[in-house]
Write a protein that binds this ligand. Structure first.
Ligand code: NAP
Length: 281
């Protein structure tokens, strides 16, 4: 049986600390952190994510504003909104909710976000800082994963860590963060050969694939730490990339889905917004 890493509890603890710090700064400086969210289209999951982000802002005592565009919006409209938020001194963080409608290419829109307000950590500048080993605003999900691993008392240095997935939002920054913690890191992807063998060598496994129950118990070394980033729908239920029930019998620590990585992502978004805000003083 493994230790279940409770992302909800850790998230609540960190959010309470963020709220306290924001309240302190408000009383000292008379200002509060502000987050702007831009959303385009009718994707129902995206709408829920945005609603949750706005709610989390309000609970933390932050100011938040969101700008909605219909599914047919053109890129110029989104860029104009970004440029306005860049200039707005009340806004410390800007994010564009992904995915965008098909005709909108995020690579042609996201680069307009002021890198100092890039609280999603997706800009070439922020990702470059991470690559150089001097991170500033780090992509929220992988940042949350590091907090989860540490909260379980796991020593990362010297461990073999295997990250499955190489997206700019999760896999690549995840690998860089683990490297920064002195793990020996392997990145796997859809063209990786002998995936099962590689994962079996891992002391720490981070699954960020987007395929339900893809990581099975036979791929996991006894006592490994398993972090499941995946969010998939299976038979109408939310499930991760890891075959949780079987893998938890072998792992020393594991995150559930839901209640693991998910809650930490918004928490790290608040942390990044607060960090950006504090630069004003
Ligand atoms: P993504 O951009 O689709 O990337 C998926 C990665 O998995 C790719 O690098 C892909 O390899 C790799 N992959 C796909 N099939 C594979 C296979 N058979 N064997 C090995 N690797 C394979 O997805 P993402 O944005 O990184 O997200 C990954 C998952 O995390 C999704 O389920 C997403 O919903 C979830 N997620 C959760 C949170 C949260 O807050 N909990 C946040 C973000 C994402 P290639 O590069 O070769 O195609």
């Amino acid at each position: 049986m493994s230790y279940i890493i409770d992302g909800k509890a850790l998230s609540q603890k960190i959010r309470a600390e963020i709220k306290e710090e924001a309240a302190k700064l408000k009383s000292q400086k008379g200002k509060i952190p502000g987050l702007a969210v831009i959303i385009a289209g009718d994707d129902s999951a995206s709408k829920i994510y945005v609603k949750n982000k706005i709610l989390a802002c309000h609970e933390a005592g932050f100011f938040s504003v969101h700008k909605e565009f219909d599914a047919g919006a053109d890129k110029e409209a989104l860029i104009k909104a970004i440029l306005e938020f860049n200039r707005d001194d009340n806004i410390d963080g800007i994010l564009v909710q992904l995915p965008l409608p098909k005709h909108l290419n995020p690579d042609e829109i996201l680069p307009f976000i002021d890198v100092r307000k890039d609280v999603d950590g997706l800009s070439a500048f922020q990702q470059g800082l991470l690559l150089q080993g001097t991170p500033d605003l780090v992509s929220c999900t992988p940042n949350g994963v590091i907090e989860l691993i540490k909260s379980a008392g796991v020593e990362i240095a010297g461990k073999n860590a295997v990250v499955i997935g190489r997206s700019n939002m999760v896999g690549k920054p995840m690998a860089m963060l683990l490297l920064r913690e002195n793990a020996t890191v392997t990145i796997c992807h859809s063209k990786t050969k002998n995936l099962g063998e590689i994962v079996l060598s891992a002391d720490i496994v981070v699954a960020a694939i987007g395929r339900a129950k893809f990581i099975t118990a036979d791929m996991i070394k006894q006592g490994a730490v398993v972090i499941d980033v995946g969010m998939n729908r299976l038979d109408g239920k939310l499930c991760g990339d890891v075959d949780y029930d079987a893998v938890k019998e072998k792992a020393s620590a594991i995150t559930p889905v839901p209640g693991g990585v998910g809650p930490m992502t918004i928490t790290m978004l608040l942390a990044n917004t607060l960090k950006s805000f504090k630069r004003k003083f």
